[in-house]
Design a protein around this ligand. Structure first.
Ligand code: NAP
Length: 266
């Protein structure tokens, strides 16, 4: 299929090589947006080939978004196109299982730098351009994990609490500017996430999970409708409602049951 010359605009999707990010990119392409997609590994090139089948232009940029250089490279790649960003889907993120003191400090920093620092850097740059233009939509992939102190995934849950909170704050700040901010909060979703976080040996790692295509569709639609937040799926909605009225210590205890590695229980 030839690229559509009358694309609606440009969508930038981070973490689009697999899982929720790939499905978000698919939603944008099917909706007629040209894409800039980014991820850290070469698989992003294969994702680009598959996404081109939907008929819009796709530019893949392989960058480590945990680094200043990586985010600058993505910004330069977007600027080189000479087009404004209409949609920014800040989705790249990673988890890390096990008890905090048993985690590797480098890996801990990598989670924080990917999920928080790199995300802020990109959103600061693109958000400023959107505000100057008086137009744009930003979607964060937060998580329902951000509502729970995550025993045996403590750092990750902390990063998602940051993203959930930050998204609401930025949304309020940008009211009346023409830029909308939405936070997608998935529950456990069937992606590479648990394998990459070394969490397959946990109850949540082994549990049935949501379909990433469903989760992405819910998030994409919420962003296009300009909603503030959306929790994907009714079970997750119930968990979130319960989390809001449950003491933090109880939530941490419940989280241990989900995330403690089977091997460390003995
Ligand atoms: P996934 O399949 O592992 O996808 C993660 C994506 O982020 C990949 O494209 C990965 O690319 C990219 N990424 C990670 N670190 C990066 C870095 N430093 N620089 C550039 N790209 C990077 O997992 P997923 O579940 O779809 O995760 C997407 C988002 O959903 C994350 O923010 C995650 O926290 C959130 N989330 C997931 C779940 C779940 O249960 N799966 C639930 C709630 C929220 P590379 O492989 O190239 O690094």
């Amino acid at each position: 299929m030839n690229p559509v010359e009358t694309a609606k605009g440009l969508a930038v999707v981070t973490g689009a090589s697999s899982g929720i990010g790939y499905e978000l990119a698919k939603c944008a392409a099917q909706d007629g947006y040209d894409l800039v997609i980014a991820a850290n590994e070469a698989q992003i090139m294969q994702a680009a080939s598959r996404l081109k089948e939907f008929g819009t232009k796709v530019e893949a940029i392989q960058v480590d978004l945990a680094t200043v250089d990586g985010v600058n490279k993505l910004k330069a790649g977007i600027e080189a196109l000479g087009r404004p960003v209409d949609l920014l889907l800040a989705n790249a993120g990673r988890g890390l299982g096990d008890g905090f003191l048993d985690q590797d400090l480098q890996e801990i920093r990598y989670v924080v730098e990917t999920n928080i620092t790199g995300t802020l850097h990109l959103v600061h740059a693109v958000g400023n351009q959107m505000r100057a233009r008086g137009q744009g939509r930003i979607l964060f992939t937060g998580s329902i994990a951000g509502f729970m102190p995550g025993a045996f995934q403590a750092v990750y849950n902390g990063t998602k609490a940051f993203i959930n909170s930050f998204s609401f704050a930025l949304r309020e700040e940008l009211k009346g500017t023409g830029v909308s901010v939405t936070c997608l909060m998935p529950g456990a979703t069937d992606t590479e996430f648990f394998n990459r976080a070394q969490m397959e040996d946990t109850p949540v790692g082994q549990a049935k999970k949501d379909d990433p295509a469903f989760v992405a569709k819910v998030g994409y639609e919420a962003m296009m409708d300009g909603e503030g937040d959306v929790v994907a799926g009714w079970k997750n909605k119930m968990m979130t409602a319960a989390a809001n009225v449950t003491p933090a210590g109880t939530l941490a205890k419940q989280h241990r049951k989900l995330s403690e590695p089977e091997s460390s229980k003995h």
